[in-house]
Design a protein around this ligand. Structure first.
Ligand SMILES: Cc1cc2nc3c(=O)[nH]c(=O)nc-3n(C[C@H](O)[C@H](O)[C@H](O)COP(=O)(O)O)c2cc1C
Length: 333
C-alpha cells in the first residue's frame, strides 16, 4: 500500500456486533491500529492512553464536529473486546478479526502473529502514514503524525500558495519531458461533458521561438528570456454551448491551465500566462484555425536571477501577492 492510495475494501464485526466496513470510515480521519490477540502486557496500557487521547484527536483541526475514527483490530472475539471496552470505559471501537482477513489485507502478520501497527487514513480513506515505533513513543508519535497530516490538509496547498506569475528566467532549457508532464497535468482538469476543449502548442525550438518573440509586445519583453512558449487555444464548438450564452470552452481551458501552472510550480518551473501578444499574427504563424481563440500564451522556464528585469518588475517579483479581501468576493446564503 502506497501513501495517498485508498486502502483495500474491508468489512468486520465491531464490539457492538455491528458490521463496520471501509465505507463507514469515509468523511472522517481514521486511526486504524492492529494488535495481537489478548492485547498482551504493555499494549493494554497503551490502548488506555490512546483512548484517552481520542478527545485530543477530535480537537486537532479546531473545527467543531471534527471526529477521528479510532479503531483497533485484533483477532479477539467480540465478547472479549466488549468486556475490555466496558471494564476500562474505552472510547475506542474494536473490530474482531478472528479469521485474520483484515490483518492479512493490511499485511500485519509476521511469524503467524499480528504485529502492532497503526495506519492513519484521511477522509477519502487513503493511506497517509504508518506508525510502528516501539514503546513508549508509539502514542506520542501517533498524535504527532495525525496532527501533522491534519494541519497540512487544512492549510492551502503549498503549490497554490507558492505559485506566482514570475518573470525571472534562467537560460537553461526546460526539457520536453517536463513540458509534457505539465501538459499532462493540464489534461486532468474537469470539463463540461468531458469535452476537453483545450489545445496546446509548444514552441521551444530556437528558430520558432525567435520568430514567435516577434509577436510579443515590448511590455512583455521578459518573455523573450523564457525557454518555451505554450500557446493555448480552444473553440466554442469543441465544448458545451448552452442557450443562455454559457459557452464553456474558455472556462474549461482556464481550469486546465490552472492545473498546468500548479504542476509546473511543483516541479520548480515558472509558467506565466499572459494576454499580451499579437494574437492574429501568432495564430497565423502557428496555423491555428480561424474559429479558435488563442486564449493565452504561457512563458515557461526555470527560475533564474532575472538580471534583465526592469525596476518595476523586480519590485513585483519580490513583492507581496495582492488579493481582494474574501468579504469582497464571497457571499453566503
Ligand atoms: C489571463 C492572464 C493574462 C495575463 N497577462 C499578463 C501579461 O500580459 N503580462 C504580464 O506580465 N503578466 C500577465 N499576467 C499575470 C498577472 O499579472 C498575474 O497573474 C497577477 O498579477 C497576479 O499575480 P500572481 O500570479 O503572481 O499571483 C496575466 C495573467 C492572466 C491569468
Amino acid at each position: 500500500m502506497k501513501k495517498y492510495e485508498e486502502v483495500p475494501y474491508f468489512k468486520g464485526i465491531d464490539d457492538r456486533r455491528n458490521i463496520l466496513s471501509k465505507d463507514d470510515l469515509k468523511g472522517n480521519y481514521t486511526i486504524l491500529i492492529f494488535y495481537p490477540k489478548h492485547l498482551p502486557g504493555e499494549y493494554s496500557e497503551e490502548v488506555l492512553q490512546i483512548s484517552q487521547q481520542h478527545i485530543k484527536y477530535n480537537k486537532i483541526s479546531g473545527i467543531e464536529g471534527f471526529d477521528v475514527n479510532l479503531i483497533i483490530v485484533t483477532p479477539d472475539t467480540e465478547e472479549y473486546l466488549a468486556g475490555l471496552r466496558d471494564e476500562n470505559d474505552l472510547d475506542i471501537t474494536f473490530i474482531s478479526d478472528k479469521n485474520l482477513e483484515i490483518s492479512n489485507l493490511f499485511n500485519v502478520i509476521e511469524r503467524d502473529s499480528v504485529q502492532r501497527k497503526a495506519y492513519i487514513l484521511d477522509r477519502w480513506v487513503r493511506l497517509r502514514d504508518v506508525c510502528e515505533d516501539t514503546n513508549p513513543i508509539f502514542v506520542d508519535k501517533l498524535y504527532e503524525k495525525i496532527e501533522n497530516i491534519v494541519f497540512d490538509d487544512f492549510s492551502i496547498d503549498n503549490n497554490i500558495e507558492f505559485r506566482r506569475a514570475k518573470r525571472s528566467f534562467s537560460i537553461k532549457k526546460v526539457s520536453d519531458l517536463e513540458i509534457k508532464k505539465i501538459i499532462e497535468a493540464a489534461t486532468k482538469a474537469p470539463s463540461c461533458f468531458n469535452n476537453q476543449p483545450w489545445r496546446y502548442h509548444v514552441i521551444n525550438s530556437d528558430e520558432k521561438l525567435k520568430k514567435s518573440f516577434e509577436y510579443i509586445p515590448d511590455g512583455n519583453y521578459w518573455m523573450k528570456y523564457s525557454s518555451a512558449l505554450i500557446a493555448v487555444y480552444s473553440k466554442k464548438e469543441d465544448d458545451c454551448a448552452l442557450n443562455d450564452s454559457r459557452d464553456y470552452f474558455l472556462f474549461d481551458t482556464g481550469m486546465s491551465v490552472a492545473n498546468l501552472l500548479l504542476q509546473a510550480t511543483k516541479m520548480g518551473i515558472i509558467a506565466h500566462p499572459v494576454a499580451g501578444y499579437k494574437s492574429e499574427k501568432l495564430k497565423k504563424f502557428l496555423n491555428i484555425d480561424d474559429e479558435s481563440v488563442l486564449i493565452t500564451v504561457i512563458a515557461v522556464g526555470y527560475p533564474g536571477a532575472g538580471e534583465y528585469l526592469t525596476e518595476k518588475h523586480i519590485e513585483v517579483e519580490n513583492g507581496p501577492r495582492i488579493r481582494k479581501e474574501l468579504d469582497d468576493i464571497l457571499k453566503w446564503n
